[in-house]
Design a protein. Structure first.
Length: 165
């Protein structure tokens, strides 16, 4: 089983006083999406860790070992939630596969624009995405995250076609 995954946050620094995970998204190979979001970050994290514990799979993301995984572990520490550490073994990071230099150029959107013409949801970036959370606009936030999951799938499929995977 393969899931594409991504997270949205309010800060790049997981230990910032204003930091929190706002939503975690998963998309199956059949394009079925599951979202974890809750006013309580502790409940959100516990639900996510419970899901991945019960659903062993490959979890494919972009820059997910350097950012998403580390961020979730740090926020779990802050929120006193036990992370499911074996999850890390099931992570496939497309960014690391392409270039293991964490400072390398190239965003998911930039790469997907080149290979498919696809781009981010409504061109939203950074602060605009954070504002969706603070405005309570979870539907638009989920739509934004869904598009990121689609971009991840596009890149995954291209890497398979090129026999990089």
């Amino acid at each position: 089983m393969l899931y594409y995954w991504d997270i949205e946050t309010t800060s790049l620094d997981a230990f910032s006083p204003l930091a929190r995970v706002t939503v975690i998204g998963l998309m199956s190979e059949a394009d079925e999406c599951t979202f974890f979001y809750d006013e309580s970050e502790q409940k959100l994290l516990a639900a996510f860790w419970g899901f991945v514990k019960e659903h062993p799979a490959t979890y494919c993301g972009f820059n997910c070992l350097t950012f998403d995984w580390v961020y979730l572990v740090k926020r779990s520490i802050v929120c006193n939630v036990k992370p499911f550490m074996p999850f890390k073994r099931g992570i496939l990071d497309l960014r690391n596969l392409i270039d293991s230099d964490k400072f390398a150029k190239g965003t998911l959107q930039g790469i997907c624009m080149l290979i498919s013409g696809e781009h981010k949801f409504e061109g939203l970036e950074g602060e605009e995405v954070i504002k969706l959370y603070y405005d309570g606009n979870y539907e638009k936030l989920k739509s934004y995250l869904t598009q990121d999951l689609i971009l991840t799938k596009i890149l995954y499929n291209r890497l398979k076609e090129c026999e990089v995977l």
